[in-house]
Design a protein around this ligand. Structure first.
Ligand SMILES: CC(C)(COP(=O)(O)OP(=O)(O)OC[C@H]1O[C@@H](n2cnc3c(N)ncnc32)[C@H](O)[C@@H]1OP(=O)(O)O)[C@@H](O)C(=O)NCCC(=O)NCCS
Length: 170
């Protein structure tokens, strides 16, 4: 009789077990590097993240029970009205637990306090999970950016009007 073995790799976690905080460069870099390599295997993502460590808005999500960084977000505020998400990633073992949503809310929370009316980002046109994620939070595809990445692949420019409701789409 065939035996069916199901291996579940992903960790189930409660949102209360996640805290967000500013990056602490003295201890967070190895895990950020690990997440980057796993999430963006086709790019030199750590190189990209490395260039962002000193920006004002670089936050990590920490799984408190394991004292482990499991995700991060970096974004900038470039004009009085626009914020730009440069990178957002959640460790693959911890995805689909609401951590990306918690990190994204850091941008929206700050946007609400400032006169920011638009949040923008670029995402690979092939990155369907991320596109679905952003669409859930009212980001719209505005245009396709041909050969946007170093490997000549395309991106979508997505933006969110922060004056829209922050509630999830039905
Ligand atoms: C995109 C990403 C940050 C989402 O993080 P996450 O913690 O898994 O997201 P959440 O658990 O908060 O998901 C919220 C919603 O996003 C959507 N979503 C998330 N992952 C999805 C997937 N794999 N497929 C389809 N929809 C998905 C769902 O609508 C989900 O809501 P639900 O749980 O009610 O179904 C994560 O998939 C990731 O790190 N990907 C690799 C890096 C990347 O592509 N970053 C974005 C480009 S900069």
């Amino acid at each position: 009789m065939p035996i069916c073995v199901i291996v579940i790799c992903n960790v189930q976690i409660n949102k209360q077990d996640i805290i967000t905080r500013k990056i602490d460069k003295s201890k967070d870099i190895p895990l950020i590097k690990e997440i980057s390599v796993k999430c963006f295997p086709d790019e030199d993502a750590f190189e990209i993240v490395n260039a962002l460590f000193d920006i004002e808005h670089f936050y990590v999500a920490e799984f408190v029970k394991e004292k482990k960084v499991v995700g991060y977000i970096a974004f900038g505020i470039y004009s009085i009205r626009t914020s730009h998400i440069m990178i957002l990633a959640v460790h693959p073992d911890y995805q689909q637990n609401g951590i990306g949503s918690i990190l994204l809310s850091m941008v929206t929370d700050i946007a609400e306090k400032l006169p920011i009316t638009k949040i923008r980002l670029e995402v690979r046109t092939t990155n369907i999970p991320a596109i679905k994620f952003y669409e859930k939070y009212n980001f719209d595809i505005i245009t396709k950016l041909e050969s946007y990445y170093d490997d000549a692949s395309n991106a979508y420019l997505m933006t969110r009007d922060t004056r829209k409701e922050t509630k999830e789409k039905d």
